[in-house]
Design a protein around this ligand. Structure first.
Ligand code: AMP
Length: 362
């Protein structure tokens, strides 16, 4: 908890050195903060724009202590930071968000239980702890489902889609023995996400919900406006506000939704909660006066939040894997605002950068 707004010159620690940490560090530097990035990888995109770097495994608690003691507040750029590490840092400095938010986002079962306990709809699912559970899951929910590992799943990682006429034997073959859930396929019309920033006073600011398109289960494009009915967007914001309040959340939080269309019993189903800034909010850098990264920094340092209003319509396109070879084309195409993450190596499925296109606001 930060009692008084931290002045420029204060220090922020970020666990994780990826592109989200990089864009967060850039926003922090613009407000005059110094950033120390903690990452186990020697080459980390966030290191290049940080004041200080801590290179150590997350399990190195002495390094975690020194890192925490060197800053005024610690935050995370991704949710899979080991909880012990994050809680250890909390012994030496302020942290935001609270570890509970991470604990929930790290475990798909805990996340579903949290959401259902607050009457927020999720896809029908069955907990899988052994092979026999798959047989009963397929009987209960039907053969078309997704087997998702409970932990370390993002961008479709740890997911096996069982389409069509899959029998329980085939599902068992796909099961790798880890605690998992079997989730029914949701016949969604489109996917949207809701990004909100909440500060220590409980003030909350929303961005317009982007419509998100995935390819190979990785985000490919986000569009604002999403052109969904206003009441659907209001509902997404109401669910997000409830989640943020229940978690006493401080920082930017993102909730991913499946939208099922008007007239359905549950027009919105939560796919997952990301207790952090999010890829589907990258358009805010170019289309808003106060982007998601700045508002995250403002929230965790005890500042008032900037407006979430956008001045333009926007489309954000991810540059994934070999698409990065087209950088000249992106750099020279009219209206393309290019963001490159400075990753050491291009790999298939790896997010290398993004491009934002702005249009007149409708
Ligand atoms: P996740 O890693 O859970 O965010 O899933 C990545 C993407 O896979 C989602 O954004 C959806 O496009 C798709 N997906 C995940 N779960 C389901 C589901 N139950 N029904 C349909 N599509 C899904």
């Amino acid at each position: 908890m930060i009692d008084k707004a931290l002045p420029p010159g204060s220090k922020i620690g970020i666990f994780g050195g990826g592109q989200l940490g990089r864009m967060m560090a850039i926003a922090a530097a613009r407000l005059g903060f110094h950033v120390n990035v903690f990452s186990p990888q020697h080459v980390s995109p966030a290191f290049e724009v940080a004041h200080e770097r801590t290179i150590a495994p997350y399990g190195d608690l002495a390094a975690v202590q020194a890192f925490a003691q060197s800053v005024d507040v610690v935050t995370v750029e991704f949710e899979n930071i080991p909880l012990d590490t994050y809680e250890h840092a909390a012994k030496f400095t302020a942290i935001a968000p609270e570890p509970t938010a991470l604990a929930i986002a790290q475990d798909r079962l805990a996340e579903k239980n949290f959401l259902t306990s607050h009457n927020i709809p999720v896809a029908p699912f069955v907990e899988i702890n052994r092979e026999a559970d798959i047989v009963s899951a397929v009987y209960k929910l039907g053969p078309e489902g997704i087997l998702k590992t409970r932990r370390m799943g993002y961008d479709g990682k740890g997911q096996i889609r069982l389409g069509g006429r899959v029998d329980p034997d085939a599902a068992i073959q796909a099961y790798r023995g880890e605690p998992a859930i079997f989730e029914q396929i949701v016949p969604f019309k489109l996917e949207i996400s809701c990004l909100a920033a909440r500060n220590y006073d409980g003030a909350i600011v929303f961005y317009d919900c982007p419509k998100n398109e995935h390819r190979n289960q990785i985000l490919a494009e986000s569009h604002v406006p999403a052109n969904v009915p206003a009441d659907l967007e209001k509902l997404a914001q109401a669910y997000t506000a409830k989640i943020a309040e229940k978690l006493q959340y401080v920082g930017v939080i993102t909730v991913e939704f499946f939208a099922l269309g008007q007239g359905t019993e549950t027009p919105l189903i939560v796919n997952e909660i990301a207790p952090r800034v999010h890829n589907s909010g990258h358009w805010t850098i170019d289309a808003c006066a106060f982007d998601q990264f700045e508002n995250h920094i403002r929230a965790i340092t005890g500042w008032s939040l900037g407006s979430g209003q956008r001045h333009s319509n926007a489309m954000m396109v991810n540059i994934v894997g070999e698409d990065m070879d087209r950088w000249r084309e992106f750099a020279t195409s009219e209206g393309a605002i290019l963001h490159v993450y400075g990753k050491d190596e291009t790999r298939a499925g790896r997010k290398m950068g993004h491009v934002t296109y702005l249009y007149e606001k409708s």
